[in-house]
Write a protein that binds this ligand. Structure first.
Ligand SMILES: CC(C)(COP(=O)(O)OP(=O)(O)OC[C@H]1O[C@@H](n2cnc3c(N)ncnc32)[C@H](O)[C@@H]1OP(=O)(O)O)[C@@H](O)C(=O)NCCC(=O)NCCS
Length: 132
């Protein structure tokens, strides 16, 4: 599996939108807020198939105004699921966060994925990860 860490830009946005569409995911984003950089931007962890070089999944993170890292979207194409790709992506995010708290939003379909990586469910519908 190849993972590329890319800044969000028009080209990356198009790749991610195509992946969301191909995955059939009806994405539920947190409500828009003028002070929160959640709707766009941030950093994308993009995954490609090693053989075909095709893009097969991504995870988008943003730096929140409180100094932690938010996982805004994570998506893997259906034919590549249950092979540990999302787990690897989130693991890379945790390592890149270098001890900062990582919060995953809108994880209703992925509790086991996040719990297996040490995330705990908070009262709000998010998962958070402390490395300490
Ligand atoms: C959720 C998603 C990203 C998981 O991607 P993935 O690469 O298949 O995940 P992994 O292979 O790393 O799975 C890790 C663990 O998560 C859990 N898991 C993953 N998909 C699951 C599913 N559909 N139902 C129940 N548990 C699931 C399992 O415990 C799995 O471990 P296992 O395969 O050893 O049982 C993928 O299914 C997807 O893109 N879904 C649509 C988009 C979406 O809902 N994103 C938000 C998720 S919070």
């Amino acid at each position: 599996m190849i993972i590329e860490i890319r800044k969000y830009n028009r080209k990356v946005q198009t790749i991610c939108e195509r992946l969301i569409e191909a995955s059939g995911w009806e994405i539920a984003r947190p409500p828009a807020h003028p002070n929160l950089p959640t709707q766009q931007g941030g950093t994308i962890f993009l995954t490609r198939d090693e053989l075909t070089k095709k893009y097969i999944g991504f995870c988008r993170i943003v730096n929140s105004p409180w100094g932690d890292i938010w996982i805004m979207e994570i998506c893997v194409l259906p034919e590549y699921r249950r092979q540990g790709i999302a787990t690897t992506l989130v693991d890379k995010v945790i390592k890149a966060a270098k001890g900062k708290v990582v919060i995953a939003w809108g994880v209703d379909k992925g509790p086991k994925l996040f719990e297996a990586l040490g995330f705990r469910l908070s009262k709000a519908p998010v998962y958070f990860h402390h490395t300490n």
